[in-house]
Write a protein that binds this ligand. Structure first.
Ligand code: H2U
Ligand code: ZN
Length: 341
C-alpha cells in the first residue's frame, strides 16, 4: 500500500510506494566501478609530496593529513553584511573555515578497506578537528562529511573528507536541533534514544551493530539504501565517546561500508556525515550523536535514484521499503569482495 512516513528529525513526510517494485528485485551484479589500483598517483593533488591545484605542496605525510581548503566556500574573515528589504530580500554575512582531511597517504585505500587501527586514527583526527574548530568563539557548527565517488560529486578518488565550520547553524542541523529539543522537553527523553530502543526491539531495520553503535535504515529513509549510525549511549559528539567507543565507531563504519561495497560489487558512492551538538557554548542535553549515509544507487552499480520531479516539487518518494533495504544489507558479508580469496 502506498503510504506516507514521518521523519521526526526533519519533521517532514516521505512517500513510500512499495508496489512499484513489482519490477522484481534484480540485485544484479554490474561490473565493478573502476577503483584506483595505484597506491600513489603523481597527478593527484592529494597524494603526499604532490603539488595542489592551489600551488601549495603536500608534505610527505605518512598517516592522515589535514589542510585548509584552497577553494574554501567559507572564509574566516568574511565581512559583516546585513540586507533586509521587506523581509523578502534578505542576506547575512557568514564566517567559516573549510578543511580537507586525507584519510591516508594511499591513493587507493577507501574506508571499507582500511585496517580498524588506521580508521581509528581518522576518527581521532575528526575528534580533534571538531574540538579545535568548535572551540573558536564564533563557530557554532562543525560539519564533517565525505562525498565518495564521482556520482556524488567527489572531485578526486583519493580517499578524503571535508570539514566546514561556521557561524550559524546550517538548515538540517537546525531542524534536527529543534526536533530533538522539543521531544526532550515534551517527553523528558531523548528522541533518538527512544527511537533506537524501538528499532532494537523490532529489529526489522537493523543492518549491523556492536557494543557501542547500531547501523540501521531509518523508518523514514528517502534514499534506497540510506542508513544512520547511532551511538547506543546518549552522547552528543565525538569528544564524548570513550576510547572503546571510538574503536567501535571505526568497526561499524568499516562494517557498514563493506556491506555497501558488497551490495553491488562496486566502490559504493555516498555522501555521509556526522551530526554533533552545536558548538555554541550552550548545554545540549537533547543532542544524540549520529551519522547519516545518503547513497544514490538503486538497483545496481549503474542504476541510481534521481531526486527529481515529484521529489523536488512535492515530497520525497521511495520504492523499496526501508525494511527490504535493511534486509538486503543485513544479509551481506562483512568480508570485502576484493579481499575474498
Ligand atoms: P570533494 O571531493 O568532496 O569535492 O573535496 C575535495 C576538496 O578539495 C574540494 O572542496 C579541495 C576542493 O576545493 N581542493 C583543494 O583544497 N586543493 C586542491 O588542490 C584541489 C582540491
Ligand atoms: Zn592521491
Amino acid at each position: 500500500m502506498p503510504h506516507r512516513r514521518w521523519n521526526p528529525l526533519l519533521r517532514e513526510w516521505v512517500l513510500v510506494s512499495p508496489h512499484r517494485t513489482q519490477r522484481p528485485w534484480l540485485g544484479q551484479v554490474a561490473s565493478a566501478a573502476v577503483t584506483p589500483q595505484i597506491e600513489y598517483d603523481p597527478a593527484c593533488y592529494l597524494c603526499p609530496g604532490n603539488c595542489r591545484a592551489g600551488g601549495f605542496r603536500n608534505p610527505a605525510y605518512t598517516s592522515t593529513f589535514v589542510f585548509d581548503n584552497d577553494y574554501a566556500a567559507l572564509l574566516p574573515d568574511a565581512r559583516h553584511l546585513e540586507i533586509d528589504q521587506g523581509g523578502l530580500i534578505v542576506a547575512r554575512g557568514e564566517r567559516g573555515i573549510c578543511r580537507v582531511v586525507c584519510f591516508s597517504p594511499r591513493h587507493d585505500l577507501t574506508i571499507p578497506r582500511m585496517k580498524p587501527e588506521e580508521l581509528r586514527q581518522v576518527i581521532d583526527v575528526w575528534t580533534d578537528q571538531y574540538r579545535e574548530l568548535g572551540a573558536l568563539p564564533w563557530v557554532r557548527h562543525v560539519q564533517i562529511f565525505e562525498n565518495r565517488g564521482a556520482l556524488m560529486g567527489a572531485s578526486n578518488p583519493h580517499p578524503h573528507c571535508q570539514i566546514w565550520a561556521n557561524e550559524e547553524l546550517p538548515n538540517q542541523p537546525a531542524r534536527e536541533l529543534a526536533a530533538q529539543r522539543e521531544h526532550q522537553q515534551a517527553h523528558g527523553q531523548c528522541l533518538l534514544c527512544k527511537y533506537l530502543s524501538m528499532e532494537l526491539e523490532s529489529r526489522e531495520r537493523i543492518v549491523c551493530e556492536n557494543a557501542g553503535f547500531v547501523a540501521l535504515v531509518p523508518y523514514w529513509a528517502v534514499w534506497p539504501f540510506e542508513t544512520m549510525i547511532l551511538s547506543r549511549r546518549h552522547t552528543p559528539s565525538l569528544p564524548g565517546l570513550s576510547d572503546a567507543e571510538r574503536d567501535d565507531l571505526a568497526a561499524i563504519l568499516r562494517g557498514l561500508t563493506i556491506r555497501y561495497d558488497n551490495l553491488f560489487t562496486t566502490s559504493f558512492p555516498y555522501s555521509m556525515g556526522f551530526h554533533q551538538q552545536p558548538t555554541d557554548g550552550e548545554p545540549h542535553p537533547e543532542w544524540h550523536f549520529h551519522a547519516h549515509y545518503f547513497p544514490p544507487l538503486l538497483r545496481s552499480a549503474t542504476v541510481q535514484k534521481f531526486m527529481v520531479g515529484y521529489e523536488l516539487l512535492a515530497t520525497p518518494q521511495r520504492d523499496i521499503t526501508a525494511e527490504t533495504a535493511a534486509g538486503h544489507l543485513r544479509e551481506l558479508s562483512e568480508v570485502h569482495y576484493l579481499d575474498r580469496t
